[in-house]
Design a protein around this ligand. Structure first.
Ligand code: AGP
Length: 614
């Protein structure tokens, strides 16, 4: 996600700000920029694609003087990563410069309105619309920047953390937030601004955490002033930072992986934002609208991916076949690329990748393209190689995933695949209206249901202590939960180094049941769905052989509560959305077992976050 840093005081702003941007590098980004007002009152803006070091190189021979500035590292949401789209953005008159973290959902309407008044835009970002809107209000009403910002933000729909500089007022930074965090550091005759406390903690431990819809005026000669959008002033609540730098980067969590597991409700909400309407009765994926004919005329979908993304593909297969009645094959990209597959021009290949840089998946795309297929990408990293190699696609918008073991990206991929199947099914008239409405409505409830599952964290910590020394695990599921079993097994083995296998539950009697004994924990996803009775029988077969069963069940299931050795109770949901809820306890189980074993959870041995080589 994006990062913001600001400084106003007696010292050189550039050095402090650049160091602060580097503190935010862990958040992931694709471009960076800085705005400074020098001692002659000139507003200088410098921006580059790439790392903060690129920005430093770019400014070597530039005027970087001044003791007031704001800066930004961008994680692209609207508009490709490039210098033009990087922040800060100027207002039309170039008297204002703004940096922004968040998404302005009604930017298109605001932009049309400004264009009708003659405003011209340089970038394709929602951020430039915001600063042009503030500038328009300020200049057309001849009011100050604070008031203009209040009036503009009253019209804005979406999430924002912003900081604004005004060329003619080098003593003040205006900043505001809604849904995206912003912290003010209180120093000795100097102030700091940042998306979190990491750039601030080395200068001061006194901070003010802005609340939603608060605007702060930071003036070097006065104390900070905090007002809301309607100019009601509040007294700043000064807090003391107790966390160290490493803890702040992880949001107070011990590992990025745990932070990302707990981020999932918000991430899935972000993934659906702007794609499911407020009434929760319609889904729109813009890529599907743009290429509807090509997608609907597909004779077949072929999903290519690796690892966790391949597991998401297995769920996508069931969703698309169920809702669109178009056949789907799921291929390991590494196998697909070397077996000279039969691919025709009426095939659609869906490439799924968190990093957007996985070599095997990229190669599979190029092979499919060479055979005439249409390629649809589902990625997280905006502007990475795979989105650039595909004909179209959908970003999952879950923010940078730092932990090597994929968690929020998996549930984000499954969410986009669900929305893809719904959009195509509706366009194809292969899905009943009431089925469509029930899935869309329940999809909207998923973030709250995920939050309920996360409340089981302490129970799962206790459970993980009992299995820290297991040498093997089996994970079982049927239907939509079979890929969840595979994903749960992968999570456990890649961070705890315990061997774990995922199987379709019915497959046990074809050999694996020979493995069952009191030493072999068996995790079974046994929630109330169409295959519940079958899974119940499988659990009884395992219990008859002294197997130890950890059952993932629907809350209130008295039958399995009396049969399984351990139960994790989940809120009920509809079958096809089960993976979004049932995966979370398996992520937590793997995480806590690995922590109990003292493993390096965020960087497991032998693994890389992005496998850019064969
Ligand atoms: C999953 O936890 C692993 N990190 C790994 O299997 C990963 O899913 C795989 O390497 C694919 O990566 P991608 O989604 O970035 O293409």
């Amino acid at each position: 996600m994006c990062g913001i840093v600001g400084y106003i005081g007696q010292r050189n702003a550039f050095d402090i700000i650049i160091k602060g941007l580097k503190r935010l590098e862990y958040r992931g980004y694709d471009s960076a920029g800085i705005a400074l007002i020098n001692n002659e009152g000139k507003l200088n803006v410098y921006k580059t694609k790439g790392k903060v070091s690129e920005l430093e190189n770019h400014t070597i021979d530039k005027d970087i003087s001044g003791n007031i500035g704001i800066a930004h590292t961008r994680w692209a949401t609207h508009g490709e990563p490039c210098t033009v789209n990087a922040h800060p953005h100027f207002s039309f008159s170039e008297s204002l410069a703004l940096v922004h973290n968040g998404i302005i959902e009604n930017y298109a309407t605001l932009k049309e309105n400004l264009q009708s008044k003659g405003y011209i835009f340089k970038s394709s970002t929602d951020t430039e619309v915001l600063i042009q809107f503030i500038g328009h209000i300020m200049e057309s009403n001849d009011i100050d920047l604070l008031t203009a910002t209040q009036l503009a933000l009253q019209e804005v729909v979406g999430a924002y953390a912003i900081a604004v500089l005004e060329k003619n007022n080098p003593n003040t930074i205006i900043a505001a937030r809604k849904s995206s965090p912003l912290v003010v550091g209180i120093g000795e005759n100097e102030f700091f601004l940042a998306s979190d406390a990491t750039p601030i903690v080395e200068y001061t431990d006194k901070v003010v955490y802005l609340k939603d819809e608060e605007i702060v005026a930071i003036n070097r000669e006065k104390d900070i002033k905090i007002v809301n959008l309607y100019n009601v002033e509040t007294t700043p609540e000064i807090k003391q930072i107790t966390l160290n730098l490493g803890q702040i980067e992880k949001g107070g969590y011990p590992h990025f992986m745990l932070k990302e597991i707990f981020e999932q409700p918000g991430c899935i909400y972000d993934c659906m934002r702007g794609r499911i309407n407020m009434e929760a009765d319609n889904v729109v994926l813009s890529a599907v609208i743009d290429y509807k004919e090509r997608l609907l005329n597909a004779k077949r979908f072929v999903i290519v991916a690796c690892g966790t993304s391949w597991h998401a593909g297995l769920i996508g297969k069931q969703l698309i076949e169920m809702l669109c009645r178009i056949p789907v094959e799921v291929e390991y990209a590494s196998e697909f690329r070397y077996r000279d597959p039969v691919i025709n021009s009426d095939d659609v290949v869906i490439a799924i990748s968190q990093s957007g840089e996985t070599a095997d998946t990229l190669a599979a795309i190029e092979l499919a393209k060479s055979k005439g297929a249409f390629i649809y990408g589902i990625c997280n990293a905006v502007g990475s190689s795979i989105p650039r190699a595909t004909h179209t696609g959908s970003y999952i918008h879950v923010g940078p995933e730092i932990g090597v073991a994929s968690t929020k990206a998996f549930t984000g991929q499954v969410t986009v695949l669900t929305m893809l199947a719904l959009t195509l099914g509706k366009a194809n008239n292969t899905i009943k209206e009431e089925t469509y409405l029930s899935i869309v409505k329940e999809l909207n409830n998923i973030p709250e249901k995920m939050k309920k599952v996360l409340e089981l964290n302490n129970q799962i910590i206790e459970l993980s202590r009992m299995f820290t020394y297991a040498h093997n695990f089996i994970y079982l599921g049927r239907g939509f939960s079979y890929p969840v079993a595979l994903e749960g097994a992968l999570k456990l083995k890649e961070i705890s180094y315990i061997h774990a296998e995922g199987y379709p539950a019915a497959e046990m009697k074809h050999g694996p049941i020979a493995l069952i004994d009191a030493e072999m924990p068996v995790v079974v996803i046994a929630t109330k769905n169409a295959l519940y009775d079958k899974v119940l029988s499988n659990i009884q077969e395992i219990k008859a052989r002294n197997g130890r069963v950890i059952a993932i069940i629907t809350e209130g299931d008295k039958i399995l509560s009396n049969i399984a050795d351990f139960c994790i109770e989940l809120p009920d949901t509809i079958d096809c959305l089960e993976p979004l809820v049932a995966t979370v306890p398996l992520q937590l189980l793997a995480y806590h077992i690995a922590v109990c074993k003292g493993m390096n959870v965020d960087q497991p041995r032998n693994l890389a976050k992005s496998v850019t080589v064969e």
